[in-house]
Write a protein that binds this ligand. Structure first.
Ligand code: HEC
Length: 109
């Protein structure tokens, strides 16, 4: 009996985590993503069509959004830890990352 209850509790935790994850990604807000991008990324990247100034040799968000190397998941992983590159680690939260990914991916549609 004891065992059985433990297992249900465990299942409850898993369900709770999955629900949280699902609602978090559903809540990704590309408008907020744009705000974050303009504040933290526009110095180097062209983050929106019509932006004039950014660094040379830095991919635009439209290019990144279109890139076959990045889907939502790989983009989020990169932003959580942009280790390899000349790009700074901006210590974004998970929800900021979700919003940015939504924004970057929206540029392609
Ligand atoms: C200080 C300049 C700078 C800032 C600020 C910056 N980036 Fe970058 N980013 C770069 C450079 C430079 C590269 C190219 C890196 C390379 O090729 O090694 C890059 C590459 C990337 C890539 C593609 C990496 C790849 O492997 O192709 C993504 C995605 C990206 N940046 C997202 C962002 C986001 C989102 C922000 C804002 C939260 C941001 N960057 C802010 C300089 C910056």
């Amino acid at each position: 009996m004891q065992m059985k209850r433990g297992r249900w509790a465990c299942l409850g935790v898993v369900v709770a985590l999955l629900t949280e994850f699902a609602s978090e990604s559903a809540a990704a807000d590309s408008t907020n993503g744009r705000r974050i991008a303009e504040r933290w990324c526009a110095e180097c990247h062209v983050v929106a069509p019509g932006q004039r100034q950014a660094s040379d040799a830095v991919p635009t968000f439209a290019q990144i959004g279109r890139s076959e190397r990045f889907d939502e998941a790989t983009l989020a992983t990169f932003l959580a830890n942009p280790h390899h590159s000349r790009m700074p680690n901006l210590s974004l939260t998970r929800s900021e990352i979700a919003d940015l990914v939504a924004y970057i991916k929206r540029q392609v549609r």
